[in-house]
Design a protein around this ligand. Sequence first.
Ligand code: SF4
Ligand SMILES: [Zn+2]
Ligand SMILES: [Zn+2]
Length: 170
Amino acid sequence: MTTTPPLGRPACAADPEPFFGTTEQQRAAATLCATCPLIEPCLTAAIDNEERYGIWGGLTPTERHRLTHTDGSWIDDAGAVRAACGTDIGHKQHKARGEQCATCQQAHDERTAGGRRARLIVEHAKGGTFYGYQLHIRLGEDACGPCTAAQARSSQKGRDTRAARLAVAS
Ligand code: SF4
Ligand SMILES: [Zn+2]
Ligand SMILES: [Zn+2]
């Protein structure tokens, strides 16, 4: 006669709270799953039900999410699916929540600088402009000769206009 092996008590039955606690608590709780007789059905159930909270089958929400998603997206503590770090959307999502993320910030800065460099090519094709001068400054570099000359012409023009206005007013 064969007997089905006893299912055994899940390790989380005694105290489930750490399995849904802080990130630290969850990390510690996940190690208990390794000895749980229910680890496989537990993980399968969580994945099938797209469970977004807590440790199931020894994995965090993001770890489970990544078993079925390869776009770098992740699940935050509030259970929201978030865009991959380094993307424009990822950066916007951090910003909306007031979060700091070095990866997203760096990617954002690089994209901004790339856009400015591309725009600078256009301004140089025009022979250097005041806008080009500003772009050089925003890129943290000295402006080139033609852009500097354009900037000087712009400020001279500004001074002339102001002087003309004052002359009319007096
Ligand atoms: S594998 Fe599932 S049932 Fe087992 S301890 Fe972990 S969370 Fe609990
Ligand atoms: Zn990020
Ligand atoms: Zn220039």
